[in-house]
Design a protein around this ligand. Structure first.
Ligand code: NIG
Ligand code: FE
Length: 423
């Protein structure tokens, strides 16, 4: 007997078949109008029109334990947030004010603010404080439809402090319904108490060998004044020796060679991609471009979406949730920003936040599309068309979240949001 059947969704957005989409394919949502979907043992057991799903169920002479009528609603895969920096302490509202008044992100960072500001606070926080803070954000994320999330370390910048953050990420993944994929980003900045050379040595010889036991990906902030292309290459190649798959913060503030490097080291994704060179776009064809519309909003960036799509580079989007460049965690808002700021269509943005995002963190065999056999991670939205997701900007359209086949009690989580964040 099926555990759950959702019937009559006005649009059942399947993203099926779940291949990595590029170019025109980015608009292919695989919509079934008036669709139904059945779930058993946490997996999708049938999908199609009501008649199709009914026939499947009758063929087993049984019904479902629970039914949800999704008339006038849409149903789609849970969002995959493929780029976050969710474990940190404090906030940087003062820097936000300075930026609004005209200072740039780079100027603030060079004056000892920026990432280092959060590193100082995160180092002072206990593991438990970081854990509690992160849970609040995860609860917020799931109520906004995120069912899978990548989380980067990177506010520790020493062996002990990076391991503290990776341990928090592990504890979160063990207790929270959101599936969490850990990324090591020790090369997020150079700590204030070390020279670049000292920290590079430490990263290559001490931190990467140890941190690699607790992460799937190795990321690096390849940027003018942070890690050069050659340094980033050394870090990513060393990570590879220890089984970490490369990712790059590439060409975010300036054209720094990150997109070229993505091709050279075989990165699964190159993220930000605001200022890629022509050669970089040419070279990163085997990587996914992860665009981060929250950072684009806060830093007034406009990534070359049309060029990337024309070049046939698959695009994913993520929140980049962090206390500096992108204090934005809601994927419906990120989809809205992708459309309004970056000129993506609603269909392209939805593809980018589901199946392509799943590919960007190596989980597309399990999630990102609604197909028989895949994990039953799906959301019901109180809108009548997917085009309304970016349109009702700032409204949370998610009314039901189903994770691994289980209906989540998101109302309960909403109330836990009354706590103060980042104190
Ligand atoms: O992806 N660019 C580097 N890292 C973050 C910003 C982190 C921060 O400002 O704390 C980003 O935007
Ligand atoms: Fe980032």
């Amino acid at each position: 007997m099926d555990d759950l059947v959702i019937t009559n969704a006005r649009e059942l957005i399947t993203l099926s078949p779940g291949y990595l989409r590029r170019g025109n394919q980015m608009s292919e949502l695989g919509i079934i109008y008036n669709g139904s979907i059945a779930i058993k043992d946490g997996k999708i057991s049938a999908i199609g029109t009501p008649r199709h799903v009914e026939a499947k169920r009758k063929s087993r002479f049984i019904g479902a334990k629970k039914e949800i009528d999704a008339t006038n609603k849409i149903v789609m895969p849970g969002f995959v947030d493929c780029h976050t920096h969710l474990v940190f302490a404090g906030n940087r509202a003062e820097e936000f004010e300075l930026r609004v008044m005209g200072k740039t992100y780079k100027e603030i960072a060079e004056a000892g603010g920026g990432i280092i500001n959060t590193v100082n606070r995160t180092r002072k926080a206990t593991e438990d404080e970081l854990f509690q803070n992160a849970i609040k954000w995860l609860n917020y994320a799931i109520t906004h439809g995120t069912t899978t999330m990548e989380i980067k370390s990177g506010y520790g910048l020493s062996l002990k402090e990076e391991l503290k953050i990776l341990k928090v990420i592990k504890r979160l993944s063990e207790m929270h319904p959101i599936t969490i994929i850990p990324t090591f980003l020790g090369a997020h900045s150079v700590p204030q108490d070390k020279s670049k050379k000292e920290y590079m040595d430490e990263l290559l010889n001490e931190i990467i060998p140890e941190a690699s036991k607790h992460a799937k990906f190795c990321d690096v902030f390849c940027e003018d004044g942070v890690f050069t292309k050659e340094e980033a290459r050394q870090i990513l190649m060393r990570g590879k020796e220890f089984g970490l798959i490369p990712k790059i913060h590439a060409d975010e503030l300036t054209s720094s060679g990150g997109s070229e490097l993505a091709g050279e080291v075989g990165a699964i994704s190159a993220d930000h991609i605001v200022y890629p060179s022509k050669k970089g776009i040419e070279q990163m064809k085997n990587s996914i471009a992860v665009l981060l519309p929250g950072a684009c909003l806060f830093l007034s960036h406009k990534p070359p979406v049309k060029e990337l799509i024309q070049a046939g580079i698959p695009i994913a989007i993520g929140s980049d949730f962090n206390p500096g460049a992108s204090p934005v965690l809601s994927i419906p808002i990120i989809i809205g920003l992708a459309c309004v700021l970056s000129g993506m269509t609603p269909a392209q943005a939805i593809t980018a936040a589901t199946i392509n995002a799943a590919y960007a963190i190596g989980v597309a065999d399990r999630v990102g599309s609604l197909e028989v056999g895949k994990e039953a991670d799906l959301i019901i939205l109180d809108v009548s068309s997917y085009k309304e997701i970016p349109y009702w900007f700032g409204v949370n359209p998610i009314i039901t979240v189903i994770k691994n086949g289980k209906i989540q009690d998101t109302k309960n989580w909403n109330s836990s949001q009354n706590n103060n964040h980042g104190q």
